[in-house]
Design a binder for this molecule. Structure first.
Ligand code: GLY
Length: 377
């Protein structure tokens, strides 16, 4: 199953990031091999698909916000190109996002966030509870206030993964169904990835293993850790919501994201428990309790799936993009934490651009691993 004579690029990981990088590299004429043993095992399979630079923006994370905005701007063309190539509709939904709050503390937090967004010149709008319910009639009358973010959208992450799988096949990428067991380095240069069937050799290796990127044997240790998320998928939700609703319910965050057809995704827990795959009664209970408080009709829906996956967290919540500080020929495309779906187009363009031009585009500069080098020593 090895690439016959070594590829230009070998990619560890066939989640959204790995596949999108593969697609963009192949479009630039590079031969590409991807190692991915289990495409549904990664965060891509759990993601609600929010494209939400603004509602994910936190104080002190303005550079990440700008990167996220850059990627969001690429989405319409990215989606159209993918669909034209593969025939797969990735369910890009442009209905915006409503943030709602329940008690006085929630409203203070929403007010602070709104002031921060206004200060940054972001497009946000305060709504009365009545205005919010006119937009989303399924919302409870008990909410205290809302902020509308018309530019935070969503996409169907599983459909996006299916589209990228078809796209890489269409452009001749070799996908090896094997786990990248170690990075092979010769004379200080990455030359491939060892797996159960041999070695996939390449002139450049891209590390896109999501939450598993931190400790690949042979590769430098990276500050990437798994951050567990439990997510629910419900069915029968046709007409329940038009766009994403994010809520603070007496201090607890929950989001509800409608997908095409009749699905609704409810997320998500944020747990520092390593690779613990347990779906807990408490996690499911809290998500359902809060979601039902926000949209009472949720109680009637079919609970179709409980999914546990791992976000690739980094110390500053921003991704690692670009060349390794320690090993020549190793590129990093990982650590996307809560924004992997959103950052897929910008990451793919940045990594493919680096391989073609020898430099990262301006928007991706500053996200290199060297920002953590001192803290890793
Ligand atoms: N992007 C939402 C989450 O990570 O839960």
């Amino acid at each position: 199953m090895n690439a016959p004579a070594g590829a230009d690029v070998v990619i560890a990981g066939g989640g959204l990031i790995g596949l999108a990088v593969a697609w963009r590299c192949a479009q630039r004429g590079l031969s590409v091999t991807v190692l991915e043993p289990e495409p549904t095992a990664g965060a891509s399979f759990a993601a609600a698909g929010m494209l939400a630079p603004i509602t994910e923006a936190a104080y002190g994370e303005e550079p990440l916000l700008r990167l996220c905005q850059e990627s969001l701007a690429r989405y319409p063309a990215f989606a159209a190109e993918l669909t034209a190539l593969t025939g797969v509709d990735i369910g890009l939904r442009s209905s915006g996002t409503l943030q709602v709050g329940f008690d006085a503390d929630d409203m203070r937090a929403l007010d602070d966030l709104h002031a921060f967004h206004v200060e940054l010149g972001l497009p946000v709008e305060r709504l009365t509870p009545g205005d919010a319910r006119r937009r989303e009639p399924s919302l409870t009358p008990r909410l205290r206030g809302a902020v509308r973010v018309p530019s935070d959208h969503s996409v169907d992450a599983r459909a996006l993964h299916a589209a990228l799988t078809a796209a890489v096949a269409a452009v001749g990428v070799t996908v090896v169904p094997a786990h990248a067991e170690s990075l092979v380095v010769e004379e200080g240069h990455a030359v491939g990835l060892a797996h159960s069937g041999g070695v996939a050799r390449g002139r450049t290796v891209v590390l896109a293993m999501g939450a598993w990127s931190g400790n690949l044997p042979g590769a430098p240790r990276l500050p990437v850790r798994p951050v567990k998320g439990q997510v629910l998928r419900l069915r029968g939700a046709t007409g329940v919501l038009d766009g994403t609703v994010r809520a603070l319910v007496r201090g607890r965050g929950v989001y509800l994201v409608p997908l095409r057809d009749d699905e609704l995704v409810i997320g998500a827990t944020v747990e520092e428990k390593g690779f613990d795959r347990t779906a807990t009664a408490g996690g499911v209970y809290e998500l359902l309790r809060d979601a039902i408080e926000v949209v009472p009709a949720v109680t009637e829906l079919e609970l179709a799936e409980t999914v546990v996956r791992f976000r690739p967290g980094t110390p500053d919540n921003a991704p690692l993009l670009g060349p390794s500080a320690d090993v020549a020929g190793l590129l990093l495309a990982t650590g996307h934490y809560r924004n992997g779906v959103l950052l897929t187009p910008a990451t793919a363009d940045a990594i493919a651009g680096y391989l073609a031009d020898g430099a990262l585009p301006d928007y991706a500069k500053g996200f290199g691993p060297q920002r953590f080098v001192e803290s890793m020593r």
